[in-house]
Design a protein around this ligand. Structure first.
Ligand code: SAM
Length: 383
C-alpha cells in the first residue's frame, strides 16, 4: 500500500483504517484529493484565518493537510473518524487541530471555504448541501471534488438546486472539481428521512440520507426476514444494521429479545433508533445502539467477549467506493469472539460471494438454512 503523499513540497504518511486487511494496491487518498489540495493551495492565497469546512474526507487526508487551519470536519462514517484520528497522530498533529463532527451536526459558524468530496450516495450530498445553506454566504468558496465518472448531470443539478451557479474544471487524472456560488436566498426543505412501509408488518421505516436501502427493503434483507431465529430471552446483535429493519422484526417476533444495533454510519444508527422509537416504543429499553467499526467498540469492554447468543448480519461489500470483502471478514471474526459457546452467526449473502468458505475456516463448519437463485442464508454455531 502506498502510504506517503508528497505534494507541493509537503509529505504526509497516510493510512486507511482499519490498517489490517487492506489490499496492497489501495491508498488513503485519490487523485481527486490531490486535485482539490493543489487547487486550494494555489488559488486561495489567504487561507490563514479563514473558516474551512471539510465534508466526506474518507480517510482524513484533507483533515491532515489543512489541520493548521483548524477546519470543521464532517463525516457520516465512524471509520473515517478513526482514520482521521490515526492519520493526525501518525503525522504528529494535535488531535484537536481538526474539529470532527458526525453527519447530523449542523455547523453554526459561517464557512469561508467549503471542501466536499462527492460521496457515493447522492442523497447524502443533497442533505449536506441543504445543511450548508445555514452556514454559508454568497462569499463562501465552495469546491467539491470527485472521480470524473462520479460527477454526473444529476450531481451538478443538486448544487444548482440547493446553492446556485455551478461550474466544473477540466478533468485531471480522471478527477474533476466542482465550483459553486451560493445565491444567498435558497432555503430548501430536506426530503429526508425517506419513509417506506414493510409489506407484512406495516412498520414505517425512516431512512436518513446516507442509509443503505433508503428507498425500499433490500432483497437480501427480505430473504433473511423470512428466516429469523427465535431470540426470546436472548441477546442478539443486528450487525451492520442500516435502518434496523432486521432487529425491528426480531423484536416483533421475539418480544423478549435484547437487541444491539451496530453500524459504522451515524445516520444508520440514528435511523434504527428512530424506527424502534416510532414502531415499537415499548421495546426501546431492550435495545442498544452502537456506532462502531464492526464490533470494535463493543469488544472494548472485555466482559462483552462471549456474551451474545445470536449475531444477524447482511454484510456490506463496499468501503466507501471500493468493493471489498474485508469488512465482512472482520464482522465474522468479531462475531466468533462475541458469541457464547453454542451461539449462532446467521448471515445472508449473495451466492457468488465466498462467505461459506470464510465462515467454515473460522467456525469449522456452516449450514445452509435456505437459498434461492441469488441468496443463501448461512448459519454457524460457535463450538
Ligand atoms: N442490515 C441492513 C439491511 O439488511 O437492510 C443493512 C445491511 S447493508 C448490506 C450493510 C450495512 O453495514 C450498512 O448499513 C453499512 O453502513 C454497514 N457497514 C459498512 N461497513 C461497516 C463497518 N465497518 N462496521 C459496521 N457496519 C458497517
Amino acid at each position: 500500500m502506498k502510504t506517503e503523499l508528497t505534494l507541493l513540497d509537503r509529505s504526509y504518511e497516510l493510512l486507511r483504517y482499519p490498517v489490517k486487511n487492506q489490499h496492497i494496491s489501495w491508498q488513503a487518498w485519490d487523485a481527486a484529493d490531490e486535485y482539490l489540495i493543489q487547487y486550494v493551495e494555489q488559488n486561495i492565497t489567504d487561507l490563514n484565518g479563514l473558516n474551512v469546512h471539510i465534508y466526506n474526507d474518507d480517510f482524513g487526508v484533507l483533515g491532515v493537510w489543512f489541520a493548521n487551519h483548524s477546519p470543521i470536519w464532517v463525516s457520516d462514517s465512524f471509520v473515517a473518524h478513526k482514520a482521521l484520528a490515526l492519520n493526525l497522530e501518525l503525522n504528529h498533529l494535535d488531535a484537536d487541530s481538526v474539529s470532527a463532527h458526525h453527519s447530523l451536526y449542523q455547523a453554526q459558524k459561517t464557512a469561508d471555504v467549503v471542501l466536499i468530496k462527492i460521496p457515493k450516495t447522492l442523497a447524502l450530498l443533497e442533505q449536506q448541501l441543504i445543511d450548508l445553506q445555514l452556514c454559508i454566504s454568497p462569499k463562501t468558496k465552495i469546491i467539491a471534488a470527485g472521480k470524473a465518472n462520479a460527477i454526473q448531470k444529476s450531481t451538478l443539478a443538486l448544487f444548482e438546486k440547493h446553492l446556485g451557479i455551478t461550474t466544473t474544471s477540466l478533468a485531471k487524472k480522471k478527477s474533476r472539481l466542482i465550483f459553486c456560488q451560493y445565491e444567498g436566498t435558497k432555503k430548501s426543505i430536506s426530503p429526508y428521512p425517506t419513509k417506506w412501509k414493510t409489506d407484512t408488518t406495516q412498520f414505517t421505516m425512516n431512512n436518513l440520507a446516507n442509509v443503505f436501502s433508503r428507498q425500499q427493503l433490500d432483497i437480501g434483507a427480505r430473504v433473511l426476514l423470512a428466516h429469523l431465529p427465535d431470540a426470546n430471552h436472548k441477546r442478539i446483535i443486528d450487525l451492520g444494521c442500516g435502518n434496523g429493519v432486521l432487529g425491528l422484526h426480531v423484536l416483533h417476533q421475539s418480544p423478549d429479545a435484547h437487541v444491539i444495533f451496530v453500524d459504522e454510519s451515524f445516520m444508520a444508527i440514528a435511523s434504527a433508533k428512530m424506527n424502534i422509537e416510532q414502531n415499537m416504543p415499548d421495546k426501546l429499553k431492550q435495545c442498544e445502539f452502537i456506532v462502531s467499526n464492526c464490533l470494535d467498540e463493543y469488544l472494548r469492554t472485555p466482559a462483552n467477549d462471549a456474551s451474545v447468543d445470536i449475531v444477524l448480519c447482511n454484510p456490506p461489500f463496499h468501503q466507501q467506493n471500493t468493493i471489498t470483502d474485508h469488512i465482512a471478514l472482520q464482522m465474522f471474526k468479531d462475531s466468533k469472539r462475541i458469541l457464547k459457546h453454542g451461539g449462532e452467526l446467521r448471515v445472508v449473502g449473495n451466492r457468488h460471494l465466498d462467505y461459506p468458505q470464510t465462515i467454515k475456516r473460522l467456525f469449522g463448519h456452516y449450514k445452509v438454512l435456505a437459498s434461492d437463485r441469488k441468496f443463501s442464508i448461512l448459519s454457524a454455531t460457535k463450538k
